[in-house]
Design a protein around this ligand. Structure first.
Ligand SMILES: CC(=O)N[C@@H](CC(=O)O)C(=O)NC[C@H](CC1(C(=O)N[C@@H](Cc2ccc(O)cc2)C(=O)O)CCCC1)C(=O)O
Ligand SMILES: [Zn+2]
Length: 595
């Protein structure tokens, strides 16, 4: 009967066995399209997704045979709860096909986009991809016009072509969420955090970090005004968004040579990697060794064979944006990325390997528990290890610091902290605002003809950046960021950037570190590794405060460890910007045209 827990557990076993067949097929078809974007592979992907959605629907219907909401066995009850939560698969077949088609269109536009008419090109029909060309221009160019060409061109070739598909996606995603008992798709996405007033909690964390961001923003604005003297910076105080070394102004690491407190003490790890003929494989071996030296798992033998670690040279279209893949069969785990030999890509490699390590650690959980404790946890693992790898002390150990450089030199240490701040503090408002915008779209508070105005209201208000050229309602700048057309939620990165410092602090203590937090390198500490592994093994079988407690001994997210980590730099910044006006107006002033 409906309360027979023994029979229910047998059914759960059967569900798992079947899920370990259906999911790998869907993943394999998605992998094939991602690594070779063709109409044929797209059809196979849609077919496989349709098959998986039918399995999900069938499984949901079978959960109705059990009174699982009243089960006393927590683990079984939690499995039923997750099996019954089938997301977009709840849609009837025709609507499921429509939403999958809309997503596929946007993903394809994003991944195939090229920008032409580069200033100074003899052949105006020559076109350039984001990776590596446009990203390199945004990272290295100091030519205002060239930066503006790349910035505007990318948005014309991506976001501008998506509003109709995006509107369709929002409508159907909300319909699916409604059928699953949520108020809208944003409510569904937030449900993964199982946290009362989650939006309020995120806002409080963000408010706690605003002052630190304003210091860095004021310093960067001061130095960029010197670099681009004579060019228009808005009176409202924002920084033109194309000057920050990144297509979305989300990470300012490429401004290090401009912003380093002691320019004579460079951290030019990329040059060192190139001088030592680093290859993609060497970057992965380095990362894997860090994990295994902590006592964590090595990559399975077929990982390197089956992964795509470099951009293919046979001209096929691929999704270059890095990603880590669990095939849910306990055997196949892959990474797909178009690796370049740079320090940034060494960090990204650790980030993706962090995902695979999490997959490996929880692979014997029931399929529905093979997720992060919350999505932010999955994003934090690789970054936590990268916090140790990037220290001057560790770079010295792996011979990526110049021989004449002393890792304990205080000026070098301050340069290191600035380098970290340009990636971690600069990211905070961006990590926060993407889903602020999307949650409002899903709530219906932002209509299609307001998509772009609302996007820039948030970019101007929270991030303190403004568009370098006039924007119109016919633009859709949110669509120029991978995660919007690819429907990947983003608040997970904001959460990760906060909790990774909590994890770092706790693991450094476990590793016996004394002294400032930013100097800690947990390398080879199996005590730290064991703590991390124990948390990852839980997967999503427990609510995330239990996982947080397993590492840090307490159950809340808070920004105090991040602030402690950057304390020495905060003092330096306060002195640097004492004659500056901190912050900016909420509005961006005149940036709007009615196109
Ligand atoms: C099958 C699948 O999709 N799997 C998921 C993982 C999972 O869910 O299991 C996945 O691989 N997602 C891709 C995504 C890629 C990256 C990303 O998009 N990063 C953010 C923000 C950021 C930037 C710098 C940084 O150091 C940390 C975060 C951005 O670039 O804006 C690219 C660079 C790094 C991470 C990722 O790995 O999170
Ligand atoms: Zn990630």
């Amino acid at each position: 009967d409906r309360n027979n827990i023994t029979a229910a557990k047998i059914w759960l076993e059967e569900y798992n066995t079947e899920a370990e067949k259906v999911r790998p097929e869907a993943q394999e078809a998605s992998w094939t399209w991602n690594t070779n974007i063709t109409d044929y592979n797209n059809r196979l992907k849609l077919e496989a997704e349709k098959k998986k959605s039918e399995f999900d629907k069938r499984s949901y219907n079978q959960t109705l045979n059990w009174d699982w909401k009243n089960f006393t066995e927590i683990n079984a009850k939690r499995q039923f709860y997750k099996i019954a939560d089938i997301g977009e698969s709840v849609l009837p077949t025709d609507k499921f096909q429509q939403i999958t088609k809309a997503k596929s269109n946007m993903q394809s536009v994003y991944s195939k986009a090229r920008v032409c008419n580069k200033p100074g090109d003899q052949d105006p029909s020559k076109c350039y991809p984001l990776n590596p060309t446009l990203e390199n221009i945004m990272a290295k160019s100091t030519d205002w016009k060239e930066l503006a060409w790349a910035w505007e061109g990318w948005r014309n070739e991506t976001g501008r072509k998506m509003p109709d598909d995006y509107e369709k996606f929002v409508e159907l995603a909300n319909e699916a969420a409604g059928m699953n008992g949520y108020t809208d798709n944003g409510d569904y996405w937030r449900s993964w955090y199982e946290t009362e007033n989650f939006e309020k909690q995120m806002e409080e964390l963000f408010i706690g970090l605003k002052d630190l961001y304003k210091l860095l923003h004021a310093y960067a604005r001061k130095k960029l005004k010197e670099r681009f003297v004579g060019h228009p910076f808005p009176d409202s105080g924002q920084i033109p968004a194309h000057l920050l070394g990144n297509m979305w102004a989300q990470s300012w690491g490429n401004l290090f040579t401009l912003l380093a407190p002691y320019p004579g003490k460079p951290l030019d790890v990329t040059e060192m990697m190139r001088e030592q003929n680093y290859t993609t494989r060497k970057m992965f071996d380095l990362s894997e060794k860090f994990f295994t030296d902590l006592g964590l798992d090595p990559m399975p033998p077929k990982f390197y064979n089956d992964s795509m670690l470099d951009k293919p040279e046979d001209g096929r279209d691929v999704v270059c944006h890095a990603s880590a893949w669990d095939f849910y069969n306990r055997k196949d785990f892959r990474i797909k990325q178009c690796t370049q030999v740079t320090m940034d890509w060494l960090i990204t490699t650790h980030h993706e390997m962090g995902h695979v390590q999490y997959f490996l650690q929880y692979k014997d959980q029931p399929v529905v528990f093979r997720r992060g404790a919350n999505p932010g946890f999955h994003e934090a693992i690789g970054d936590v290890l990268a916090l140790s790898v990037s220290t001057p002390k560790h770079l010295k150990k792996i011979n990526l610091l110049r021989p004449n450089q002393n890792p304990d030199d205080e000026e070098l240490q301050l340069n290191f902290l600035m380098n970290q701040a340009l990636k971690k503090i600069a990211f905070i408002p961006f990590g926060y605002l993407i889903d602020q915008w999307r949650w409002k779209v899903f709530k219906g508070e932002t209509k299609k003809d307001e998509y772009n105005e609302d996007w820039w209201n948030l970019r101007c208000k929270h991030q303190g950046v403004s568009p370098p050229v006039q924007r119109f309602n016919t633009d859709f700048d949110a669509g120029s960021k991978f995660h919007v057309p690819n429907n990947t939620p983003y608040i997970r990165y904001f959460v990760s950037y906060v909790i990774q410092f909590q994890f770092h602090k706790a693991l450094c203590k476990e590793a016996g570190h004394n002294g400032p937090l930013h100097k800690c390198d947990i390398d080879q500490s199996t005590e730290a590794g064991n703590k991390l592994a124990a948390m990852m093994k839980l997967g999503s079988s427990k609510e995330w405060p239990d996982a947080m407690e397993a590492i840090t001994g307490q159950r809340k997210m808070n920004v105090s460890d991040l602030i402690e980590y950057f304390a020495p730099l905060e003092d330096w910044l306060k002195k640097e910007v004492k004659n500056e006006t901190l912050g900016w107006d909420d509005q961006c002033g005149r940036i709007w045209g009615n196109g």
